[in-house]
Design a protein around this ligand. Structure first.
Ligand code: IMP
Length: 202
């Protein structure tokens, strides 16, 4: 069975290979498959965007793959009614991590610690030829710091405090972060859904 990943991110691809190689003998990124397609993420939820990307990429790859996996993720802050959410990558006008974080912290400047709760969410969609898609979501809970901490990771990591480790996500090694991340939790749910399907066929 051949799986195409609707990403060129090597870290995501590695994480996905570790967890899905039992189900798919061949797993390729877009670049490895020689496919160049940019699907517009114009949905209002993570699942709409992930499913659209997976379905459109599977159709574009026309018969070369059994399935396409796509994900969409972002930060949801309770005091901002879930923002930046699906707009996480393009929250500030400048569309970069520094500007996005600056806007986040400015909007939260008068919000006290107990109301700075937030979560990273990741939706993973698996579109399959001739079968229903599987859509799962993983989340990791944290709070938004007043000042940045740590240099690792990307995006909102320096401001995302993860209480179980008493560190921001940017203070974790990539192995530590990957063990608890929203993406990992979504991929584990996908693995469980595939295993349950296999068991029901026996
Ligand atoms: P994507 O779905 O991986 O493209 O992520 C969209 C945006 O959400 C990124 O550009 C980041 O701003 C934010 N984001 C998603 N996952 C993370 C994370 O693990 N750490 C920090 N920011 C993240």
């Amino acid at each position: 069975m051949k799986l195409l990943l609707a990403t060129n991110n090597a870290h995501k691809a590695q994480e996905i290979r570790e967890i899905l190689s039992d189900s798919y003998a061949e797993i390729s990124t877009m670049r490895e498959a020689g496919i160049d397609l940019e699907v517009e993420e114009d949905g209002s939820t993570f699942s709409e965007n992930a499913l659209k990307k997976a379905v459109e990429t599977l159709a574009f790859a026309s018969g070369r793959f059994d399935a396409v996996l796509a994900d969409d993720s972002g930060l949801c802050v309770d005091a901002l009614n879930g923002a930046p959410g699906v707009y996480s990558a393009r929250f500030a006008e400048a569309h970069n991590d520094a500007a996005n974080n600056q806007k986040l912290i400015a909007l939260l400047k008068d919000v006290p610690d107990e109301r700075r709760t937030a979560r990273f969410c990741c939706c993973v969609a698996l579109a399959r030829a001739g079968m229903d898609p599987i859509i799962v979501q993983g989340e990791v809970e944290g709070t938004i710091l007043h000042e940045s901490r740590g240099k690792n990771g990307f995006g909102y990591d320096p401001y995302f405090y993860y209480a179980p480790f008493r560190k921001s996500f940017a203070e974790l090694s990539s192995d530590e972060k990957n063990a608890v991340s929203h993406r990992k939790r979504a991929l584990i749910k996908l693995r469980e859904a595939l295993d349950a399907e296999n068991r029901s066929r026996l």
